[in-house]
Design a protein around this ligand. Structure first.
Ligand code: SF4
Length: 334
């Protein structure tokens, strides 16, 4: 077993505290105790593993999590999600401690938009407003005018005059979907999410043939051809809400499989079938999201590390477009 000092010294290299945990510890109870002792809140994304979802104080998608991070009075925010999400919480709470169970929990979509390259791209389109999907680094946020999530993107675009020229980044699939929905011709950055891009249209169609009554529900980060066979397209929260309110009892769910836990909990008598990707796996997990575990979450709360730290000027620059998003969302009651 490694001692805490050695484990802390290794965090930059491996991303988390590598310490053996006594197998007799009830992690669920221990996490609840730590929350009270440290005045900590645990914010959890829908794509986390079920055990982590079950210790959440708040569980949601990017918009809901940013809203919770903005209004919390806790001293410590423990963020069970990926790096850009914890960074967003830190930007909104620069004086609070924000912990992430595994610092290596990144995001392929965020990585597909390096700020230095995006700056060159942006300079080619003077007069354009930059709307950036929240799944990006703080450096990208600092180059943006308004941040959006899949829950509020349409409203944010519609809040701008029809003739306003817009660059949308980093997700080309979400951008193309939004161009279609809003009738705009936004210039799109060529980024994508590795999880949503590899769903197999052929396998979804085969599933639909085997389950003719099932509704196909999909996240707008999926490719256009996949969205074309969906009965409903929406944000993760939108998909959950649809599954609860729909009269259908079977759903083919075309997004990361973590959301199935909440769908099944909300509608125990309905059937949720994860859509398969274009490889040999039966369902589609985000390898970045799944780097977090209940053990890592417990250890990061106990030892208050790994912690998100950021440059002060970057926080100031990245905060403005996030605040603009939150203000527009409030205006539309989102
Ligand atoms: S599901 Fe896609 S967008 Fe979400 S964290 Fe994973 S790689 Fe990033």
């Amino acid at each position: 077993m490694r001692d805490i000092n050695t484990a802390k010294a290794n965090i930059d290299a491996i991303g988390f505290l590598e310490i053996d945990i006594d197998i007799n510890i009830d992690l669920f109870a221990a996490i609840e105790k730590l929350k009270k002792e440290k005045n900590a809140i645990v914010l959890v994304h829908y794509y986390q593993e079920p055990d982590i979802q079950d210790v959440a104080d708040f569980i949601g998608d990017s918009l809901g999590l940013a809203q919770q991070a903005e209004k919390t009075s806790a001293d410590i925010i423990v963020f069970a999600g990926v790096h850009f999400m914890a960074e967003t919480a830190k930007i909104l709470n620069p004086f609070k401690k924000v912990l992430l169970p595994d610092l290596k929990a990144g995001c392929s979509l965020s990585d597909s938009a390096p700020p230095e390259l995006f700056k060159l791209f942006k300079d080619k389109y003077p007069g354009h407003i930059v709307i950036t999907y929240v799944n990006c680094s703080a450096g990208m946020k600092a180059l943006s005018d308004i941040i959006c999530t899949s829950s509020n993107a349409e409203k944010i675009i519609e809040s701008l005059p029809r003739d306003q020229k817009i660059i949308f980044a980093p997700d080309k699939n979400l951008g193309a979907y939004l161009n279609k929905k809003t009738g705009r011709t936004m210039v799109l950055w060529n980024g994508a999410c590795m999880v949503h891009e590899i769903f197999s249209l052929e396998k979804i169609i085969k599933l639909k043939i085997r389950h003719p009554k099932a509704k196909v529900i999909a996240h707008p980060e999926c490719e256009e051809a996949v969205l074309g066979v969906a009965d409903y397209v929406g944000s993760t929260t939108g998909l959950l809400k649809y599954s609860v309110e729909s009269d259908a009892t079977e759903f083919i769910v075309v997004t990361e499989t973590g959301i199935l836990h909440q769908m099944q909990k909300s509608s125990p008598y309905k059937t949720f079938i994860p859509a398969p990707p274009n490889n040999s796996c039966a369902c589609n997990d985000c390898p970045h999201m799944k780097l977090n575990t209940l053990e890592k979450l417990y250890l990061c709360m106990e030892y208050e590390t790994p912690e998100i730290t950021m440059d002060e000027n970057l926080i100031i620059a990245a905060k403005k477009p996030i605040e603009r998003m939150l203000a527009i969302s409030k205006q539309y009651g989102l």
